[in-house]
Design a protein around this ligand. Structure first.
Ligand code: UT7
Length: 334
């Protein structure tokens, strides 16, 4: 689905992020599997990633990020009408992690559900949050992207272990007078589902016995390098914008080689590209909001900036959102 927004203006009015304290370096992983820092850096650009403590689950990371997002927006938890948690590693299949987050933070008037769209989950959830506000059903929505992939990676598989990390980001969405989301482009291709999947995680019986992430890296790489470009081009075309109009590019942080390839092919200069995969690895649903947090901190995300976010991942799914950044205009701190 894709479309240029013609309805009410809705924007991100608060942002918060959280990454677990524990840092796992490439050298740490080289003690567990046959790999090395040089291979990981040259093939992925990743130097280190964060890992949740044994007592931490996705809801804990989500709660920390959400608390900061609410404070940043100056919104009371009771004002939130809807909580969407994008994740492929919920605390458990049910109850929804979103319900746990809502209750923990006192969002007593909120509906709450989880959304599963792989690493594209956060972009999907933004579009859902936008729709709820634009339709008038909700006034304030909390969208969280969180994953604790360290719980589902195969700690003996060097080809996947080195890629992933744990992290969360949350945003508050509200109606604004101008700026905000300009459009969304979202897609899915279940035929590619077998390229990235988690056996033994649902109702489909399988001969697999381990509930650990499986990936055909080369297939996902091919998909990623194609879709990061086509999705960006589609959203720009839909919204009547050009590549040169983009001030900040926030791609899914899967692999720095994929990011560099997409930026180069699209013609987006390096200084506009947000990269934090080197320090966090691929945090799946947490990746784009964590990168947004980075861009706010380093001063690149300013009110008025045109921001392109593009995600891709399990499903296979993809999605882009174009937003004119407004944070700071609603009493939220910059
Ligand atoms: O959010 C979306 C999720 N996933 C992605 O976006 C991942 C997309 N794919 C990729 O980023 C890349 O395909 C990888 C980084 C996963 C792999 O890079 P590659 O350049 O495609 O490597 P490869 O799979 O072709 O493997 C090359 C060699 C193989 O050895 P042989 O068969 O050539 O002897 C692998 O066994 O590298 C070996 N290898 C490793 N060596 C050292 C695979 N993993 C490692 C490792 N350390 N960690």
């Amino acid at each position: 689905m894709k479309g240029r927004i013609a309805g009410p203006r809705v924007s991100i009015t608060g942002l918060g992020t959280y990454a677990p304290e524990k840092v796992v370096t490439n050298d740490d992983l080289s003690k567990l599997v046959e790999t090395n820092d040089e291979w990981i850096r040259s093939r992925t650009g990743i130097r280190e990633r964060r890992m949740a403590a044994p007592e931490e689950a996705s809801s804990d990371l989500a709660i920390a990020a959400s608390r900061d997002a609410l404070a940043n927006a100056g919104v009371d938890p009771a004002e939130i009408d809807l909580v969407i948690v994008a994740t492929v590693t919920p605390d458990m299949l049910f109850p929804a992690t979103a319900a746990l987050v809502a209750t923990a933070l006192g969002m007593t008037n909120a509906a709450a559900y989880d959304l599963s769209a792989g690493c594209t989950g956060f972009v999907y959830a933004l579009s859902q949050g936008y729709g709820s506000i634009a339709s008038g059903v909700a006034k304030k929505v909390l969208v969280v992207g969180v994953d604790v992939l360290s719980r589902v990676v195969d700690w003996t598989d060097r080809s996947t272990l080195v890629l992933f990390g744990d992290g969360a980001g949350a945003v508050v969405l509200e109606q604004v007078e101008s700026g905000g989301f300009l459009g969304f482009e979202l897609g899915a291709d279940g035929a590619g589902g077998e390229s990235l999947w988690l056996p033994c995680s649902g109702s489909r019986l399988s001969e697999e016995t381990e509930r650990t992430l499986r990936m055909n890296g080369r297939e996902v790489f091919k998909f990623a390098t194609r879709i990061m470009i086509s999705s960006a081009e589609a959203i720009l075309d839909t919204c009547g914008k050009k590549v040169d109009d983009i001030d900040v590019y926030v791609p899914h942080q899967a692999n720095v080689r994929i990011i560099d390839h997409a930026a180069e092919r699209l013609g987006i200069p390096e200084e506009k590209v947000i990269v934090n995969a080197d320090r966090y690895g691929n945090t799946s649903s947490g990746s784009i909001p964590l990168a947004l947090g980075e861009a706010v901190t380093d001063g690149r995300l300013r009110p008025g900036a045109l921001v392109l976010m593009t995600g891709m991942g399990a499903g296979l799914t993809w999605g882009s959102a174009l937003i004119e950044w407004t944070i700071g205009m609603n009493g939220a701190t910059e």
